[in-house]
Design a protein around this ligand. Structure first.
Ligand code: GTP
Ligand code: MG
Length: 427
């Protein structure tokens, strides 16, 4: 009895928010889908969405996000639904945030703030924590006036959780110092990561990274293949840290398999920047497994978001296998045509035999990779040069006394063909 009372008093007051979005493309379905996702994010962050409002506009109002008429409407909606705040579906500029908050006289949040809040609650490793705190402080630094007001008024709820919370007597100077400190910590993390990478590289095992939209099933696949015990949940952003495990392929090749943080629409540069240290791992991957939740009606949009984000991260050129996951569910056929991927496979991460097929597919693609090799072609074999230029990419060519030294890219078949000329030591 007593315990219940305590629990009751400790329970944070429920945050009731109205979701607000701008429908830019005359494609209301897409805009609704975006708000559905925002609702999911808000729920994950522990608040309740009590209403939603979409305004058709070419682009958000520069000063208010919504047009003035809509702001009035929203004001009435807030009092009618007894909402404690609003969440806008795009990242608000500091001016928009300030103005809206003044007009509405309530707490105003945006998509980035909600995602940061989820990240703050989920960050487990010190690296994750540093990155989240850094992102939160950088976000707050530019929005001190607006947020300061709402926070002193309401306290608690989305945007106030996480490591930054205790410092809400937010003094610009303090934030700046703390940012500098965190950046230093992050630099150390980077050094550590690069050491780990070098160790892995020495082993010569290919690095395969799981990427994809949040909730696509990346962690489930990693766990299914390695029993890594990574948290898999029907929630957005279940994974924030990278986990790497060794996996043995059917013919005995070993690979490193890495799980990463999921992507999402409208992932602001803020957040991408914040997670650069973690996501940097992707740039060193030899192969990406692009996991898609095939049962999601928005799967095509999700795939586009993933490819766009990969480009932004500088891994647009890395070979991709697209894994159409969750085919045990209701799935619309045909599956999307993915021109970017080198290969595709449809699986259910819940079926052992499908996971085995995925491993075989990874092995097949890895074997087909072109590797570089250095050969010394004696002048008497010069006739082979045409073939070399025709079938391989010549990266370097040097005419020496004893022949032509060539660095070329080859696949397995070509590697065998030129094996006899291969040299390890060019000196
Ligand atoms: N039915 C079915 N459910 C699946 C399948 N794969 C994953 N799931 C479920 O989908 C949900 C999300 O899976 P996760 O592995 O956590 O997804 P994730 O891509 O790691 O997500 P984030 O870490 O949030 O980016 C979980 O509830 C899984 O059990 C599948 O093939 N079939
Ligand atoms: Mg995950």
């Amino acid at each position: 009895m007593a315990r219940e009372t305590v629990l009751h008093t400790l329970k944070e007051e429920e945050e009731r928010v109205i979701l607000v979005g701008v429908d830019r493309q005359e494609d209301s379905q897409q805009a609704e889908a975006c708000l559905d996702e925002l609702e999911e994010l808000v729920k994950t962050a522990g608040a309740v969405a009590v209403g939603r409002m979409l305004q058709k506009r070419e682009k958000p109002h520069p000063g208010l996000y919504l047009g003035t008429g809509k702001v009035e409407e929203l004001k009435q909606m807030i009092s009618l639904l007894e909402a404690t705040g609003v969440v806008c579906d795009d990242e608000l500029s500091p001016a928009q945030l300030r103005n809206l908050e003044r007009e509405l006289d309530t707490k105003v949040m945006d998509r980035t703030m909600v995602i940061l809040d989820i990240f703050a609650a989920r960050a487990a490793s010190s690296e994750g924590k540093i990155q989240v705190e850094l992102a939160q402080l950088q976000y707050r630094l530019t929005r001190l006036t607006g947020m300061g007001a709402s926070m002193s008024r309401l306290g608690g709820g989305i945007g106030t959780r996480g490591p930054g919370e205790k410092k809400l007597e937010v003094d610009r100077r303090y934030i700046k110092d703390r940012i500098a400190e965190l950046k230093k910590d992050l630099a150390e993390v980077k050094t550590h990561r690069s050491l780990l990478r070098q160790q892995r590289k020495k082993k010569g095992q290919p690095v395969v990274a799981l990427v994809g939209y949040t909730n696509a099933g990346k962690s489930t696949i990693l766990n299914g293949l390695t029993k890594a015990g990574v948290l898999e949940e029907d929630k957005l952003f279940a994974t924030l840290d990278t986990t790497t495990r060794t996996v043995t392929l059917p013919e005995g090749h070993e690979i490193f398999l890495t799980d990463t943080v999921g992507f999402i629409q409208k992932l602001s540069h803020h957040l991408v920047d914040a997670f650069k240290a973690t996501l940097e791992e992707l740039r060193y991957a030899d192969l990406l497994l692009h996991v898609v939740d095939s049962s999601n009606p928005n799967r095509q949009t999700h795939m586009d978001v993933v490819y766009r984000t990969l480009e932004e991260l500088g891994c647009g050129q890395t070979p991709v296998i697209t894994v159409f996951n969750k085919v045990d569910r209701d799935v619309e056929y045909p599956l999307p045509n993915d021109q970017t991927a080198r290969s595709t496979i449809a699986i259910s991460a819940k079926r052992e035999e499908d996971l085995a097929a995925l491993l075989a597919k990874i092995e097949e693609v890895i074997k087909s990779f072109r590797q570089t090799m250095t050969i010394l072609l004696p002048y008497c074999e010069g006739g082979k040069l045409a073939q070399i230029y025709g079938r391989t990419t010549v990266l370097e060519e040097e005419h020496r006394e004893d022949g032509i030294l060539l660095t070329i890219t080859v696949d397995e078949e070509l590697e065998n063909r030129f094996k006899n000329y291969m040299i390890d030591d060019i000196f």
